[in-house]
Design a protein around this ligand. Structure first.
Ligand SMILES: NC(=O)c1ccc[n+]([C@@H]2O[C@H](COP(=O)([O-])OP(=O)(O)OC[C@H]3O[C@@H](n4cnc5c(N)ncnc54)[C@H](O)[C@@H]3O)[C@@H](O)[C@H]2O)c1
Length: 285
């Protein structure tokens, strides 16, 4: 890898993540090339004043090639891109699933890293309207990033962290973990559990209104406030749950959660969920 990373290519620049990270790169110190193959997405890139490049011309020039394409095509796209990369360049993906499943094309002399945004914390102190409005991160609200570069040295990682800080900024900290640990963070911790619980709470809200006839505004007011206090008590121990609340919580656990739910942290289950997400039969080792 070059001592200083200067040139970046974003492949899939017109997608959801491609547009976000490109907006942050646009006025940065990096020389950035934008590649996109869908005509509609190309229009979105051009509308932001970013010129579309041909990957064959720009990938060989790039110190970092970011694949912001859907995970299910990362294998195919990496097979096309990796042979064109210069020796020592870094292939950066934005989710650990394909790397964990060994779908990314490998080549000696190419470095492989993954960087996933944590999104701004629910406990973040937000001061401005822009910070309040930035639920996803990458605009105004500061967030952390979880990243993996197993063969990188500390110095190399801190050089790549500058690119990560730029693309996902404002960033408080980059946490370096292994690809497998990153996969336990996402999907297991944050999608299998946290996003599922979020969607489950919305379903419970709808059921309270539909089944019990509670006015929707009353149900929303009660739930939104209690989501806040439940998180504050569970994660920050601001005050204890009341004795009656703990009895109701225990009843909920008995009715809703399977006793063996922690199997989701076993490797076999991680393989199952990632294979399902990538629409493949099984993880190749
Ligand atoms: N969407 C999110 O909230 C989110 C969050 C974190 C990480 N990620 C990760 O970011 C990556 C991209 O996801 P997304 O949601 O932005 O996908 P997306 O479907 O919104 O965008 C993908 C873009 O890639 C383009 N593309 C596909 N193949 C291409 C090719 N060969 N050359 C050039 N462009 C090509 C598509 O036309 C599309 O514009 C995935 O790895 C995903 O897991 C997504």
């Amino acid at each position: 890898m070059p001592a200083e990373l200067k040139t970046v290519t974003v492949i899939g620049a017109g997608g959801k993540m491609g547009m976000r990270i490109s907006a942050n790169f646009q006025n940065s110190q990096y020389q950035v090339f934008y590649c996109e193959n869908s005509p509609q997405a190309r229009e979105k890139v051009a509308a932001e004043g970013r010129e579309i490049s041909d990957p064959e011309s720009v990938v060989p020039l790039s110190d970092v090639v970011i694949l912001a394409v859907p995970d299910i095509v990362l294998g195919k796209v990496s097979q096309a891109v990796v042979p064109q990369m210069k020796t020592g360049a870094i292939l950066l993906t934005l989710d650990p699933a394909a790397a964990y499943a060994n779908l990314i094309a490998l080549r000696d002399g190419i470095e492989y890293a993954v960087a996933h945004p944590c999104h701004p914390s629910v406990f973040l102190q937000r001061y401005t309207k822009e910070e309040h409005d930035d639920a996803f991160g990458g605009v105004a609200a500061i967030q952390h990033v979880a990243a993996s570069w197993e063969s990188g040295s500390d110095a190399q990682r801190s050089e790549l962290a500058k690119v990560i800080n730029c693309m996902y900024g404002p960033v408080e900290q980059v946490h370096w973990v292994t690809v497998k640990q990153l996969a336990y963070l996402e999907p297991t911790l944050v999608e299998t559990v946290a996003c599922m619980v979020g969607a489950f709470m919305k379903e419970s809200l709808d059921e309270t209104v539909k089944h019990c006839g509670v006015p929707e505004e009353a149900a929303k007011a009660m739930l939104y406030g209690h989501i806040q206090i439940a998180l504050a008590v569970a994660f920050r121990a601001t005050n204890p749950f009341s004795d009656a609340c703990m009895i109701a919580m225990e009843y909920g656990r008995e009715k809703i959660i399977k006793p063996d739910w922690k199997v989701i942290f076993e490797e076999k289950e991680l393989d199952t969920v990632i294979a399902r997400m990538l629409k493949i039969d099984k993880i190749n080792r």
